[in-house]
Design a protein. Structure first.
Length: 86
């Protein structure tokens, strides 16, 4: 990636990642449910991310968010990242 593209992408990102708060749990679970639900019919069970204990992961500081211009343009407040599943 050319350096100028890297700089533009960096500028599109809003503040540094922040730790998700307990109030973010519902949003994370909705995103995971919406992303993973189509696979239930294919594999016959809930995919691993749907079984995550997000309350614990948030409490352990394993869930982060990043605000981006692209997310705002799509009407989203944050993009969430979970480091690992329990």
């Amino acid at each position: 990636m050319p350096f100028i593209d890297y700089v533009r992408k960096k500028e599109e990102m809003r503040p540094d990642p922040g730790r998700a708060a307990p109030a973010d749990r519902h949003a994370i679970e909705v995103i995971v449910r919406d992303a993973c639900s189509p696979y239930i019919a294919r594999i016959g069970l809930q995919p691993g991310p749907m079984l995550g204990d997000y309350e614990t992961l948030i409490g352990e500081g394993q869930a982060w968010y990043r605000e981006t211009r692209q997310a705002e343009e799509k009407g989203l407040k944050r993009v969430f990242v979970v480091r690992r599943l329990a």
